[in-house]
Ligand binder design. Sequence first.
Ligand code: SAM
Length: 175
Amino acid sequence: VVEVLRLGHRGDRDKRISTHVALTARALGAEKIIFTVEDEHVESSVKKVVENWGGNFKFVVEKHWKRYIREFKKRGIVVHLTMYGANINEIMPEIRELSKEKDILVVVGAEKVPKEVYELADYNISVGNQPHSEVAALAIFLDRLFEGKTLYRDFENAKIKIVPSNHGKVVIREK
Ligand code: SAM
């Protein structure tokens, strides 16, 4: 099981990107997103997607994120995505091996990430050492972890499904 912890959220400024972090987590194979800041708009957007597109993706708010990380470490490993970390290309084989037996918590930041996160994490991993985006970093991490397989995943109880097509939109809607 993979969970994603979205650390921080700067109100209006981050609404769209925080929503994208959650949707990317869901679409690429995570089962749960944990926000550390409440935002009703983000929460309802994500829940609406789950309602229409299916699956059991969970959305929770946990202000005591340090406690959450410490508890998680009892059952899994904590991976913090940061441009300062060790290169994903080298570390991913080890993470993939560990993921066969342990849950993984992926931590991504919004603004400057507190020093404790670097210390609490079992792995600080970079998707290259250039600054870019939590959405991009998360997408690449999950895609590498699942080796592309989650792109074929079917979500149960979906009201809307897409039939992949090279020639436009083919959509199935449940009546
Ligand atoms: N400047 C901030 C800092 O020093 O922590 C980071 C802000 S960045 C816009 C937001 C998040 O994107 C980071 O916390 C990290 O999770 C992710 N991120 C950005 N670039 C990354 C990279 N090259 N590798 C891994 N994660 C990255």
